[in-house]
Design a protein around this ligand. Structure first.
Ligand code: AFP
Length: 328
């Protein structure tokens, strides 16, 4: 019997993949590789904790609010602690921007990297056992190592990211990331405690038939967005909206589709955060052949003025995003 018929193919482990590809990176000192490993390790701990939801008292609201005045869930806080601790102990990061903290954390002046993170996105889905995710962006600092962090280190364009990725805690747990040389996906093999390469060189189909938007808010969309939604229905597109950005993005990355969070009457600048939600996914989308805009401008070319700046977000298959833009 062929060996491949009795043994499941297990891909390259994440650690080895990072090491093998380290030389592609312009500042190849091994620090970025270590930082990615720290993020992966923290995500395994978060994954373990998420899997206990329902068994121990980690579901529900914390009773506090995050930077945007939204209710923090216990798991939001826990995930923030896990990632902060891993990045602090790792020593490669000089600053950390998180959805859960009002201002950035000054970590280690000797560190070369600035991280922006949404530790647990889609928190309203935690208590109902629906997919949630972690989103991260990595920037190289601009100021000299050893000096205090400056605003220019923090408020960088999305196009200056040196790595970005997400972890999807779904029917299986996946880590998907790019360092600017394509997008690769790793599935967590919990009995081995390893992420293994399962999706090599991911490409987003140029076209698709899935549109993801919270249509319940349609009354507060602009006439242009409403017309685009009519177009989607005329074309018999399929509506799919999980309400967890990572999960909606991941599905569209694999199958082709568009995710839209437009400006609304309640959120005239959109709801999603440029620095720790949209930039990472825009970078991944572009690296996979897709597109990301605010309806008019490339997301990666928006100059952030504020850590928690919001933006409208159109991301997904290139042709679908361009079609949507033609209505805006
Ligand atoms: P929560 O973390 O508050 O659940 O928000 C999730 C999110 O940032 C993103 O993951 C969803 O796509 C989007 O907001 C859902 O927002 P609406 O509930 O307004 O559709």
């Amino acid at each position: 019997m062929e060996a491949s018929r009795i043994a499941l193919p297990i891909g390259t482990a994440l650690d080895r993949f990072i090491k093998n590809n380290q030389d592609q990176f312009q500042y190849a000192t091994g620090e970025l590789s270590q930082l990615l490993r720290d993020i992966a390790l923290a995500s395994k701990v978060v994954n373990r904790e998420i899997n206990k939801a329902g068994l121990i008292d980690i579901m529900g609201a914390m009773g506090s609010q995050n930077s945007g005045g939204e209710q923090q869930q216990k798991l939001d806080v826990l995930a923030n602690i896990r990632f902060t601790r891993a990045l602090t102990k790792g020593g490669e990061a000089c600053a950390l921007i998180s959805e859960e903290s009002e201002s950035y954390l000054d970590l280690n002046n000797q560190g070369n990297y600035v991280i922006a993170i949404d530790p647990l996105d889609g928190s309203s889905n935690i208590d109902v056992n629906v997919s949630i995710g972690t989103i991260f962006s990595v920037y190289h600092r601009k100021s000299e190592v050893g000096q205090p962090i400056q605003e220019a280190d923090i408020l960088q364009y999305g196009s200056e990211q040196v790595a970005a990725g997400y972890i999807l805690y779904g029917s299986s747990t996946m880590l998907v990331y790019t360092t600017g040389h394509g997008v690769n996906g790793f599935t967590y093999e919990s009995t081995l405690g390893e992420y293994v390469l399962s999706h090599l060189n991911m490409r987003m189909p140029e076209d698709g038939v899935i549109y993801s938007i919270n249509e319940g808010s349609a009354n507060s969309f602009s006439p242009a967005v409403k017309s685009y939604l009519e177009f989607c229905k005329d074309e018999n597109y399929t509506a799919r909206y999980i309400g967890s950005l990572v999960a909606d993005f991941h599905r569209n990355l694999l199958k082709g589709g568009i995710y839209i969070y437009p400006a609304t009457a309640k959120n005239p600048n959109g709801k999603l955060r440029l620095m720790y939600e949209c930039n990472a996914l825009a970078y991944l989308a572009e690296q996979a052949g897709g597109k990301a805009t605010d309806g008019k401008n490339r997301i990666l070319d928006i100059k952030p003025q504020d850590l928690h700046q919001r933006t409208a977000f159109y991301v997904g298959s290139k042709n679908m995003v361009e079609k949507a833009e033609s209505f805006i």
